[in-house]
Design a protein around this ligand. Structure first.
Ligand code: UD1
Ligand code: CA
Length: 457
């Protein structure tokens, strides 16, 4: 196998993003643009990946981990050729280098593999594309008879004729290292932008009789670059639609593929239904027959078979058991584990708690730092008072407990098996098994009492 090096250009300022964050750190599907490119590059199993950074380079290095990456610093952004020069010392003598752009996130493994495997050892190869509006791109100039590539001309240097060429340079190219080492130092900057153009090496190849091959991507969106927030948003929708299409091919029922956002990984079993406007972040695993209602947000969640998440629920770092019913309007916070057939209803917040089978909290409750047994009923408005202003304390509710509405359970506390708590109680001591416990002022009626009457002014 020939050596393969990958250079990812990511030093540009990205001024048009109008942002203090470096362009390549903006996210697509929840993942930085640059990370998409690095992930795809890794799948090629190259001998080395070198990322050229400049603007915001320190932030990029801090955010992206990878012992397999080498970083080259480009102090001043003097052009794509200059950028690759900064990586030159990391490139092998033999083999070839694949140039990728940190702001062209969706180029696919298939396309790159095709470019690499179809290119002969001593040839150069470009990824080109035919577009309706080539404005802004470098144009691929071909010999009118042989149709062989002769050079790439940048828009600003192009003649009017050349500007009409609709075959554009995507920027992605494969160059044998032996030539790259010779040609890089020869790139000059006498052009309209006074930049060192990497694209100049194509004319050098032609001059030396080195064939320049070209390939096109499988999908038009693979070569779309991001220069401003509008393009970022457009590419986000394309990306999300592609993911939605893949899910539907696997049999997931999406009510509207245009209204789903996956910012991470969404793994679905069979017969999963997802209604509109749901957001999935981190790793979300929906097992068979799970139904997600509209407007739900799930982050790092496992939902077991047959569970139903009703509209407007927010679930984070939690595990939802089989056949649970959650929401509408439920908030499940990190550290929550619900076993089978638990019901969590509207305006119920659960944090760092475990709730065993068939237990229910159907209305307006806060359950924090609790361990709740099986067949427990938590009445409306029940609050576990887990925080004393300094420390958090645990509430334990054993099996078959019934907690009446509007109860405060002041932690640390244990509500023993089979207890019944009368509505409106403030429970501060552990309760005995099987008894009715309540704390409530006695009810009094005053028969002599009269309603005040309106006084004349
Ligand atoms: C470049 C190509 C052009 C192609 C277009 C595709 C050249 C001279 N032109 O144009 O033919 O059609 O990409 O989008 O190569 N970068 C650096 N350092 C620099 C300059 C750029 O790291 O000094 C990086 C940018 O961060 C970006 C990539 O290189 O990821 C492309 O830079 P950009 O300025 O967008 O290239 P163009 O001049 O538009
Ligand atoms: Ca560009």
């Amino acid at each position: 196998m020939l050596k393969l090096n990958v250079v990812i250009l990511a030093a540009g300022a990205g001024k048009r993003m109008q942002s203090s964050i470096p362009k390549v750190m903006h996210t697509l599907g929840g993942i930085p643009l640059l990370m998409h490119v690095i992930n795809t590059a890794r799948l090629l199993k190259p001998d080395r990946i070198c990322v050229v950074i400049g603007h915001g380079g320190d932030l990029i290095r801090q955010s992206i981990v990878g012992a397999d990456l080498v970083w080259a610093k480009q102090e001043h952004q003097l052009g794509t050729g200059h950028a690759v020069m900064q990586a030159q010392s990391y490139l092998d003598k033999e083999g070839a280098t694949l140039i990728l752009y940190g702001d062209v996130p969706l180029v696919s493994l298939d396309t790159l593999q095709r470019l690499i495997t179809s290119t002969q050892e001593k040839h150069c190869a470009l990824l080109s594309a035919f577009v309706e509006n080539p404005s802004g791109y470098g144009r691929i100039v071909r010999n009118s008879e042989t149709k062989a590539i002769t050079m790439i001309v940048e828009q600003k240097d192009a003649t009017l004729d050349q500007q009409n060429i609709c075959e554009i340079n995507t920027g992605i190219m494969l160059v044998p290292n032996a030539y790259l080492h010779q040609w890089l130092p020869r790139i000059g900057n006498s052009n309209a932008q006074c930049e060192y153009y990497l694209t100049d090496i194509i004319a050098m190849a032609v001059k030396e009789g080195i064939p320049v091959d070209s390939k096109q991507p499988d999908n038009y969106w693979e070569i779309i670059g991001v220069n401003n927030k509008r393009q970022l948003a457009e590419l986000e929708r394309i990306f999300q639609l592609e993911r939605a299409n893949k899910l539907m091919e696997q049999g997931v029922y999406l009510v509207d593929p245009a209204r789903i956002d996956i910012r991470g990984e969404l793994i679905c079993g069979l017969e999963v239904e997802i209604d509109v406007n749901c957001v999935f972040e981190g790793i979300v695993n929906l097992h068979n027959n799970v139904r997600i209602g509209p407007n739900c947000i799930l982050k790092n969640v496992v939902v077991d078979e047959g569970a139903i998440i009703a509209p407007y629920s927010l679930i984070e770092d939690a595990k939802i058991g089989a056949k649970c019913r959650i929401g509408p309007y439920a908030r499940i916070r990190p550290g929550t584990r619900l076993l089978e057939e638990v019901h969590i209803g509207n305006f119920v917040e659960v944090k760092n708690s475990q709730i065993a089978r068939r237990s229910k909290a159907n209305h307006l409750s806060y359950i924090g730092d609790s361990i709740i047994g099986e067949n427990v009923n938590i009445g409306a408005g029940t609050i576990t008072c887990n925080y004393d202003g300094v420390n958090k304390h645990q509430t334990i509710i054993e099996d078959d407990v019934f907690v009446g509405s509007d109860t405060q359970l002041v932690a640390p506390i244990r509500i023993s098996k089979g207890s019944t708590i009368g509505a409106g109680s403030t429970i501060t001591k552990d309760t005995p098994e099987g008894a009715l416990t309540l704390s409530r002022a006695r009810q009094i009626s005053y028969f002599e009492w009269k309603r005040p009457t309106k006084t004349k002014s």
